[in-house]
Design a protein around this ligand. Structure first.
Ligand SMILES: [Zn+2]
Length: 674
């Protein structure tokens, strides 16, 4: 019987459209799943979307949709993107599906029946953005995880006896495989050592969630709901025999792969929920770092979220997969830029693996009529041939070890070490010169050199297949080896390339990308943000205050009756403009607008709604908690049907990009600027 392997991505929260960060996690899991399938494991790869919670309810409301419509739309985008990328997930779970809701309720019931849930009252701070209870925080305190201002909640809740699991959890972390990498494990250990308080696991002040069994006034805490997906998707809590069978077969998960920002939920809450339910624990929780975005030199005015589609359009999925796994040290933060992507593509793929494939196969075509030649008798061998077979055999072992430790970058580095060694070997042995000669010795030598090169190419291709499924499948076909997905990777060894194998049609797999590739990707990202239209002119000029002299008439509203004398105004005129320090409490996109954000800004005396044309330069989430300067006495006006009371002060850079005014020192909210 074959070994089973169950791997999961986090289910993605539908508050944001898919971007390259989601793609990174999904690619990493897909690669691991593909390798396991090639190794013969009965593999189950799960991904999906997390669709409940207060944040979704609010976002839907702001977008003028029902939460279900909103979730359907964004979940659909994830499915579309994974399909386009050829992600090999075996299931896609949505937490709004009936199967999930029923089974998550079953989990709640089981934990309650086991005595780990009780009713109590929760008064404290809650971060809606992270859907996180912040113990010990005071009203107005920021969330320790994201820095946004927490909200005070006071409600009757169901509580989970998390405190009962402190020692058991610490025992689990003694196993260094359970939480990886080490830095995350230490973080979790110190969090649990500092003491665990019982956790509120229901909410009653909003309704977008799974009702608590037998008490539908409450909905299940969105994290308990979401984490349950890992078992509900494979049949936990189902009464169907097939589903029960699947659960028995695949649970516990071999790997939960997550981003480092959700470590606490996965490494503390989730194992505690499972322990409380009497269920087996996952074998490993592996956290990766964040992808950071470097500003491309090509453009001064871009946001920092890169869409995956742009890269797919220009370089294809394989290039992105290779880049992310090779360039980023898994577990640490890594940076992304179009420049680095194209550079890596050209050096490693076009000039590396792609070039090795085309020159080797072309020469076999030319000198041996497209059939893999016989690596001749001992006399035609040199130590350089043996060196290649040794490096190849070592690479097979090393790749496996590193890959299984999630050291994708080093595993690929080892494989590309083999590619580089073969390149050097070809240059030194000059098969093109041997090919010009007709004597038997030269022919025998040529056969050995090309066989050795082709065999090394085959091994590098097989190892790289899970990382670049499409390109490697094409190289495999060109080598006349059939369907690479059927190749039993566990058996991979030097010398399996059969003599006389007839090559297929040879076509370049990685055409070289020139500078225009970077420009094209840049342009596509810019176009996505749309041309400057009326809305942006209106919003940009009225609702952000240009610091340059470009638009004084806007900066100083004529409605204020300002007397202009030779372009100068008096101090009295200036003092008519009431500039105050405010703090952003709420920030969200205005539906159907690429340019506008709706902000709620606390200016000390009141909270103002301001609609600002800064959505292209600032993502809404990180603005929450940020101090800004606003023109407080501007006459209200309507934008997209929303009343805007005041305007945020920003510098207006080339192309109209706004940069918000801020202070180096800390300033109190409500302070007036004079
Ligand atoms: Zn937070």
């Amino acid at each position: 019987m074959s070994k089973k392997f169950y791997i999961t991505t986090p289910i993605y929260y539908v508050n944001a459209r898919p971007h390259i960060g989601h793609t990174y996690t999904t690619i990493a899991c897909d690669t691991v799943a593909r390798r396991q399938r090639m190794l013969g494991a009965d593999t189950f790869f799960l991904t999906g979307t997390d669709e409940h919670g207060q944040k979704i309810e609010r976002a839907a409301q702001a977008a003028g949709k029902t939460p279900q419509q909103y979730a359907d739309e964004i979940s659909g985008e994830f499915r579309k993107l994974w399909k386009r990328m050829g992600i090999s997930n075996d299931d896609f779970i949505r937490t709004t599906e009936e199967r999930h809701k029923k089974r998550a309720q079953e989990l709640f019931r089981r934990i309650r029946d086991n005595g780990y849930i009780y009713k109590g009252t929760y008064t404290g701070q809650y971060c809606v953005s992270d859907e996180l209870y912040v113990d010990g925080a005071q009203p107005g305190d920021p969330c320790p995880s994201c820095g946004r201002i927490t909200e005070t909640v006071h409600e009757e809740n169901y509580f989970f006896k998390l405190s009962a699991f402190q020692d058991k959890l610490l025992e689990l972390y003694a196993n260094p495989q359970f939480v990886r990498p080490e830095t995350r494990r230490n973080e979790v250990i110190s969090f649990v050592r500092s003491g665990l308080r019982d956790l509120s696991i229901s909410r009653s002040t909003f309704s977008w969630g799974i009702p608590v069994p037998d008490d539908p006034k409450h909905v299940i805490y969105v994290w308990l709901d979401a984490l349950a997906n890992y078992i509900t998707a494979i049949g936990y809590g189902s009464s169907h025999a097939g589903a029960q069978e699947a659960f028995k077969k695949y649970w516990p998960a071999d790997v939960h792969m997550i981003g480092k920002e959700i470590v606490r939920f996965h490494c503390v809450y989730w194992p505690a929920f499972l322990l409380a339910a009497g269920l087996p624990l996952p074998k490993a929780i592996v956290a990766h770092g964040w992808l950071l975005f470097e500003e491309s030199k090509m453009s001064k005015s871009r946001g920092n979220i890169v869409r995956t589609e742009t890269i797919l359009d220009v370089l294809g999925a394989d290039a992105l997969r290779y880049f992310l796994l090779r360039e980023v040290v898994f577990g640490q933060d890594g940076s992304f830029s179009f420049d680095a992507l194209v550079q890596r593509y050209n050096s490693d793929l076009a000039n590396g693996l792609g070039n090795l494939a085309s020159r080797t196969l072309t020469m076999i075509n030319r000198y041996f009529k497209g059939e893999v030649p016989y690596p001749s008798h001992a006399a035609a061998r040199t130590s350089s041939d043996d060196a290649i077979s040794e490096i190849a055999s070592k690479t097979i072992t090393e790749f496996g070890t590193l890959f299984d430790q999630f050291q994708f970058s080093r595993a690929l580095e080892a494989t590309w070490g083999l590619v580089a060694a073969v390149d050097k070997y070809i240059v030194e042995n000059e098969p093109w010169a041997l090919g010009e000669k007709q004597d038997n010795e030269s022919r025998a030598r040529l056969a050995t050199v090309l066989y050795t090169s082709a065999e090394a190419l085959r091994i590098a291709t097989a190892l790289a297949h899970p990382v670049m499924p499409d390109a490697t499948a094409r190289i495999w076909e060109q080598m006349g080896l059939g369907d690479i997905q059927k190749f039993p990777l566990a058996d991979l060894a030097w010398g399996q390339l059969r003599l006389g194998t007839k090559l297929g049609d040879i076509r370049p797999v990685f055409p070289r990308a020139d500078k225009s590739a970077i420009e094209r990707m840049q342009q596509m990202e810019d176009q996505q943000r749309g041309p400057v239209d009326e809305e942006s002119k209106e919003a940009g000029s009225r609702h952000t205050m240009p610091a340059t002299a470009k638009a004084p008439a806007v900066a100083v509203p004529s409605a204020a009756g300002v007397a202009v004398d030779g372009g100068k105004i008096s101090i009295d005129d200036f003092s008519k403009v009431e500039l105050r320090v405010g703090v952003v409490k709420v920030a969200e996109r205005v539906p159907k607008s690429d340019k506008l954000l709706r902000l709620e800004i606390d200016i000390g005396t009141e909270v103002r709604q301001v609609v600002a044309g800064i959505a292209e330069a600032y993502a809404p989430e990180p603005l929450v908690g940020r101090k800004v300067v606003i023109v407080a006495n501007l006459a209200p006006r309507k934008l997209r049907g929303l009343e805007s009371n005041g305007m945020i002060v920003a510098a207006s850079l080339e192309g109209g990009r706004p940069v918000l005014a801020s202070f180096l020192e800390d300033v109190p909210v409500g302070a007036r600027l004079k």
